[in-house]
Design a protein around this ligand. Structure first.
Ligand code: M6R
Length: 606
């Protein structure tokens, strides 16, 4: 979750612990530091909160002025002391802290083990110190540059070496890393928060850049070794803004993190032809034996499950039921060993979801969990786990957890589809090619943030708002309305667009904002008819659709055009402006965006 490094004149241990305190603001599961002292790398680690690490360090006198530290949010391997960073090579020559995912770690680890390296953790990160050990020929910078040609994935990493005792080497790719230039030394961190207490002067590392820090100075190169000129920035954020990477709220920060979270969730799981879910332990025969799928979750997770239903039925041709977890047990579901049960939970600790999982297990079903928290109860009790690599979600309103849950459902649906052979190989290739573009398309939406902000005043004073759509748009409408109600406290409901005329349209007046979603091409015309019915009752309609759907765009009062994608992948994009809309309406109403009233992040009571 956060890397930190220091080289300078001060005692490194208190500097590192102070930095980790800032980095691990919330949501980490283990911590560790490594310092260089009398020619040895000394490591202290702890599973749990920073206080436990401090306890371990208490009473030990350190005189080191160089070191690295880490707060971990588990990805590969459960939260434990052995999986906590820093990780060492075989002989304690190199220590590494790393944020991100090494996608090809498995192959690298197998190779390194054959070369005689001894691994002590389940992490992807541990391949890094062993690789450095393998390629080291007298200069740390050169060895790090060499290993970067071997690893695939995303990373911000810092390396400490007893062979090059006055040097820290850092590298970043698709992750963040900044360097602080203080009076007492240099600081390296995954965000500004641990640096700002020491200095406001910073260098921002760019993608595919290496930094080499010594007590004499910092120099930067690209991955090929070409020197880079850097601009020194003065950061004026206050410390609380720094914890949120400069965003005003965690909700906004997490909305903006979605391209990265989406990219990380796909990482290592797609070739050009197929989905690879190494974590699933199902044979094609077992998959062929399932006669239905049951999906269980609460709130936002339930909404992601609704999307999963459409995809699995449409592609894998398996019947699917979706239940709100708190209702699942009470309707005596017809579940047995031929049922694949998918349990969705960001936290992995929601009591209703856990109770549903246990009931399904008691009935003999095979359980797949989709969760964001490694080692959570749901992940421990399920037979298979697909992790969403969204990183910690702090805001109560779920945003990046939802879009990555949809992605995980897409991966699972494709995994079942390819095993059952229900769609052609060519078709799977096309979906995969488009899926790979989704993180960038999610990023494109942020060029239109101002447009969403301008829509907030149209909703801010409303006492009631309706979200409508058909097919997958209806599922997204449910999530959009939940976002609005939980953050703004405006009564918001989602309806299948065709159902409005069977009663609800009686509630619609010119005072009722309607958010109409139209991304399903085969349903454009039908949704347009519903919009026209609403317009005839003087309702104000805000439409969300793809460029080119002109008849729809011209029929609504305001229109937001989304980046084009295929129908089934559209929900990931459609929800992003709805999340932003909820955020800006909540802000305009002066609400506590990150901590809405009466809500907690994880509901651990039934
Ligand atoms: O941790 P979980 O995914 O199991 O949580 C389920 C719901 O409590 C959660 O999605 C809730 O609905 C969100 N706060 C909505 O934004």
């Amino acid at each position: 979750m956060g890397v930190f490094g220091y080289i300078g004149k001060s005692n490194a241990v208190p500097v590192l612990v102070g930095g980790l305190r800032k980095l691990g603001f919330q949501g980490y599961d283990s911590t560790g530091v490594a310092v260089l002292e009398e020619g040895r790398i000394l490591v202290a680690k702890s599973a749990g909160k920073l206080a436990e690490l401090e306890e371990k360090l208490n009473g030990r006198i350190f005189a080191s002025t160089i070191g690295i530290g880490h707060t971990r949010w588990a990805t590969h391997g459960k939260p434990s002391e052995s999986n906590a960073h820093p990780h060492l090579d075989c002989h304690g020559d190199f220590a590494v802290v790393h944020n991100g995912i090494i996608e090809n770690y498995f192959e690298l680890k197998e190779w390194l083990i054959k070369e005689g390296h001894l691994f002590r953790s389940e992490t992807d990160t541990e391949v890094l110190p062993h690789l450095i050990e393998h390629f080291y020929e007298g200069k740390l910078e050169t060895a790090v540059r060499k290993i970067l040609t071997k690893i695939e994935g995303s990373y911000s990493l810092i390396v400490l070496s007893r062979q090059d005792p006055g040097t820290l080497v850092a590298a970043r790719k698709n992750n963040s890393l900044v360097v602080g230039l203080g009076e007492d030394g240099y600081y390296l961190a995954s965000n500004f928060s641990p640096i700002l207490q020491h200095t406001k002067n910073t260098y921002i590392m760019e993608d595919e850049e290496i930094a080499v820090l010594t007590r004499e100075g910092a120099h930067f190169t690209d991955f090929q070794g070409k020197a880079k000129e850097k601009i020194l920035y003065e950061i004026s954020w206050d410390p609380s803004a720094a914890e949120k990477d400069g965003y005003d709220h965690f909700m906004l920060k997490e909305i903006f993190e979605q391209p990265k979270a989406l990219r990380d969730t796909l990482a290592g799981r797609l070739t050009d032809e197929k989905v690879v879910l190494k974590e699933m332990d199902l044979t094609p025969e077992q998959i062929a034996g399932f006669n239905k799928v049951a999906i269980v979750g609460c709130g936002t997770a339930y909404h992601a499950g609704l999307i999963g239903r459409t995809l699995i039925e449409r592609w894998a041709k398996l019947p699917v039921e979706v239940d709100i977890a708190s209702e699942f047990r009470y309707r005596t579901p017809l579940i047995d060993e031929r049922t694949l049960v998918v349990v969705l939970s960001q936290s992995g600790e929601t009591a209703d979801t856990l109770a549903g999982l246990r009931e399904a297990k008691r009935l003999g079903a095979r359980i797949v969990a989709i969760t964001n928290v490694v080692g959570s109860s749901v992940s421990r009790e399920a037979h298979d786990v697909i992790y969403t690599w969204a990183g910690p979600e702090i805001a109560i309103a779920s945003t990046k957890a939802y879009t990555t849950q949809i992605e995980a459902m897409i991966l699972l649906a494709l995994y079942l589809t390819q095993a059952k052979g229900t769609m052609s190989k060519e078709w799977i290739r096309e979906i995969i090619a488009e899926l790979k573009k989704i993180p960038d398309k999610a990023g494109e939406i942020f060029t239109q943030v101002a447009k969403v902000e301008q829509l907030a005043p149209l909703i801010k004073e409303a006492s009631s708002a309706f979200f409508i759509g058909r097919g997958l748009d209806w599922s997204v409408a449910l999530e959009g309305s939940l976002k609005l109600k939980e953050t703004s406290y405006i009564h918001a409901e989602a309806y299948a667009a065709g159902e409005l005329k069977h009663g609800t349209i009686a509630l619609v007046t010119e005072e009722t904002p309607i958010i109409a979603l139209a991304t399903q091409r085969d349903l454009y015309d039908k949704t347009l008819s519903s919009v026209n019915e609403l317009k005839a009752r003087e309702a104000k309609v805000i439409g969300f659709t793809f460029e080119g759907n002109d008849s729809f765009g011209q029929s609504v009062d305001e229109v937001f055009y989304l980046p084009e994608t295929i129908n089934e992948l559209a929900p990931i994009l459609t929800v992003i402006p709805l999340q932003l809309l909820a955020y800006y309406v909540s802000l305009a109403r002066g609400n506590d965006v990150d901590r809405p009233r009466n809500l907690v992040k994880s509901v651990t009571v039934e």
